[in-house]
Ligand binder design. Sequence first.
Ligand code: ZN
Length: 420
Amino acid sequence: MGLADFTHKTCRAGSHVLRAAWLLLLIAISPVLASVCHAEDASRIATGYKMAGDATKMRIVMSFDREPDLKWFLLRGPNRLVVDLQNTKFAIDAKDLKARGLVKGVRLGDLGDGVSRLILTGKGPFAVDKLDILKDDTGAGYRIAIDISAASEREFDEALANQALTTGSTVSTEKGGRVGTGPVSNPGHRFTIVIDPGHGGVDGGAEGLNGTIEKNVTLAFATELRDKLAAVGNYDVFMTRDTDEFLRLDDRVRIARQHEADLLISIHADTISVKGIRGATVYTVSDKASDPEAQALADRENLSDQFAGMVIKNDSKEVTDILIDLIRRETHSFSMSFAHTLVGQLSTSVGLINNPQRSAGFKVLKAPDVPSVLVELGYLSNAKDEAQLLDADWRGKAAQSITNAVALFASARTGTATGG
Ligand code: ZN
């Protein structure tokens, strides 16, 4: 019907001529005719390339003047998605290929034999959630739309193994591939905690009355908590950063997914305008903040990404996938349950503010499948809290309380898992 068919017909007509030529002319001439036909078919053009998203989720769109003919597959070391396109020329602005979010690099090349290749290199392992060939509404062209999201090495390897059975497929990967990671679907998996020391590098976070910098307090505390949790012996424990480095919020979430975390604990120690207020608070994520202070805090924490000089609009309202929605709700109830346990444990060892379990729209807590809490250890705007945060004994007590809460949560989770 379209231009593509017309080209095929032209080309087929060409091959009739070619066959006649085989009869009439010397064999040496035929490659010339064949390459003429080939050149006609090569007139498909990739006219545009766009990427959007962040380190947890990306959409990649490539536009074409006619229907693309493609095969795709994964490669590891590093994690790559390869799309081989038949007879395609690239007319793409180089600046649109600039790395961003989950995609660390984009390369285009000509493999010869009428095959052109697009290679996307991930910042870490990822899953191909969808790869569709779509016709433009105007009917004028086509595009391929690829959705990828951060995943673990195990999940990437699983997809690699599956592709051996379905090589060359243009059908999307199993959408439910990631569902139920953790103890149930992965027998070798130990309960995994990712500790996230807030801020770092150019983003110092809050500053205390006596000059204490939040990013240093969070790293010192997180390190102590990591050692205490590791000493239990039943868990795998990771940190999003263990040096003074800047990390975007979506990168922190990506790291949690990469480790298939069963729990993400983000550590902070902020300031508040009322100097008298002190004590610890445990936050979970919610669209609607529990109170104006929680909202203000989430707004401040979410500003962290501006230190990277880029603000990405990441609208997750488009989530219509029922499965994702169910997972999100389940994750949220686990987050709430851990927050409740944590408040109970902390109350026996450290001071808490009024209504210590609160919620707001923290970006770092938004992984749909990782129960996540943000702990404000205390306020650097309060002299007593600031002194405590620097006190090794206090830190030890607080870290022990969090370790106890993790133990209660982990045994309930793994108990549920083995009970079916
Ligand atoms: Zn903070």
